[in-house]
Design a protein around this ligand. Structure first.
Ligand code: MEV
Length: 460
């Protein structure tokens, strides 16, 4: 049985992490070897897109502590931004204390759109389409026998009248298609293209566009969590307003303070689109990282999320935060989640297959439930930091490592230089260089050399 609790994972070497991960997930190391081998070879990438010249890599981290619908799950996240994996893991630990994440998803229904133009009477054409609905659905249903075998297929047909547009009125036909474990774009686009001649014959118009909608509002994933209020209390060091700038003091936050701070932060996003965009970006930090790790189309997920956030006509928060009758913090997240575990990169990318194996998911719906839970955890991580000590402190230590590397630190010196900058609360390349200079004799030698342009050109 998988456990998502691996104490000390952060401090292990890469090799140790691989071994512990396979052990915790009940997998053979071979099943997860794609990650040690770099995921994808250039040869395997060549047929995936055009004009391939190589690969582009991202760090792949594992979010720990997640429990979704009573099951532990280790979550792979592909992302370049520091603090995201740590934030998700920490919030999953707090959520665990309240029973973990409860998640659900609707049937995997996608919408295919057909734009029908050049129609003399829009309302008459609309009703004619409804008169032929059964036969249109039967035709669409027969298009993909594999999907049908697994229980998918055409489910419904809806017709909308667009009265006015830059080209005048037209009809929009929505084909609702159950795509089971696929993301669904191929099945739906094929079905729309195949139905078009019949729709033209029925309406007397011309079917112009035939394409899936990324506003996948029939395929909604939902997650909620309850964080016991006492779990939210914490102590840290930081700057307080009544001390001169630069001086730090011990800070302590009660659970109630943190809870109310998170709720007030959510209220900001609920009321203001400028804040909602950033709030939802924080959710997508978690969502996209898992979507990418599993080889899914993150542009589709992004498009669906933001369109859904604006569905009322005003862009707003995808999540909500409030309290329950006992004063515990309650978070919810609802968003479209068109992800698959069959077809496309999910099938041909070895790292994506390893990700699906690690999570032990058997259906696209299970994957969607995990992803929406990670989105909620990530949102809480950002709000907790913003509502208390600010986002920079958490970011600082990881950011400091990157600055140390940029200043020329390597090996053990990375941690040493970063730790000193964090302690001093000065994370800048010039300071990193100074610290490095003090720490490293080799570095001093290198620094004492004349600037590169003044050195003798070894190739001349
Ligand atoms: C940064 O990548 C994400 C945050 O800006 C999200 C938020 O503000 O809620 C921290």
């Amino acid at each position: 049985m998988t456990t998502s609790r691996i104490p000390g994972f952060y401090n292990m070497t890469l090799e140790e992490r691989h071994a512990r991960l396979a052990d915790a997930a009940g997998q053979t190391p071979e099943n997860l070897s794609a990650w040690t081998l770099g995921g994808l070879s250039a040869e395997a990438a060549d047929p995936m897109i055009e004009n391939v010249i190589g690969l582009h890599s991202l760090p792949l981290g594992i979010a720990l502590n997640f429990q979704v619908n009573g099951k532990d799950v280790l979550v792979p996240m592909a992302i370049e931004e520091p603090s995201v994996v740590a934030g998700a893991s920490f919030m999953a630990k707090l959520a665990r204390a309240g029973g973990g994440f409860k998640a659900t998803i609707t049937d995997p229904l996608m919408i295919g759109q057909m734009q029908v133009i050049n129609i003399v009477n829009l309302h008459e054409a609309k009703l004619k389409l409804y008169e032929h609905k059964a036969e249109l659905l039967a035709e669409a249903d027969a298009i993909d026998p594999v999907l049908k075998k697994f229980g998918g297929g055409a489910r419904d047909l809806e017709v909308r009248v667009i009265e006015d547009s830059p080209i005048g009125g037209f009809l929009v036909v929505h084909l609702i298609y159950d795509v089971r474990d696929a993301m669904g774009a191929n099945a739906v686009n094929t079905a729309c293209e195949r139905l078009a001649p019949k729709v033209e014959a029925i309406t007397g118009g011309k079917v112009h566009l035939r394409i899936l909608s990324n506003l996948a509002d029939r395929r909604i994933a939902r997650a909620r969590c309850t964080i016991p209020v006492k779990e939210l209390a914490f102590e840290t060091v930081g700057q307080v307003s009544n001390l001169p700038s630069g001086q730090i003091a011990n800070l302590s936050y009660s659970g109630e303070q943190v809870r109310d701070g998170i709720i007030a932060a959510y209220a900001f996003a609920a009321a203001d689109p400028y804040r909602a965009a950033t709030h939802n970006k924080g959710i997508m930090n978690g969502v996209d990282a898992v979507v990418i790790a599993t080889g899914n189309d993150w542009r589709a997920i992004e498009a669906g999320a933001h369109a859904y956030a604006a569905r009322s006509g005003k862009y707003t928060s995808l999540s909500t935060w409030g309290k329950d009758k006992d004063g515990n913090l309650v978070g919810t997240l609802e968003m479209p989640m068109a992800v698959g575990i069959v077809g496309g990169a999910t099938k041909v990318h070895p790292a994506a297959q390893a990700a699906v194996k690690l999570m032990g998911v058997k259906t696209a719906s299970e994957l969607a439930e995990i992803i929406v839970s990670v989105g909620l955890a990530q949102n809480m991580a950002a709000l907790r930091a913003l509502a208390t000590e600010g986002i920079q402190r958490g970011h600082m230590s990881l950011h400091a490592r990157q600055v140390a590397i940029a200043a020329g630190a390597s090996g053990e010196l990375i941690e040493k230089v970063a730790a000193q900058m964090v302690a001093e609360k000065v994370v800048r390349i010039d300071r990193a260089e100074e610290i490095l200079k003090n720490f490293s004799e080799d570095f001093m030698e290198e620094r004492n050399q004349p600037p590169v342009q003044d050195r003798e050109n070894p190739f001349s």
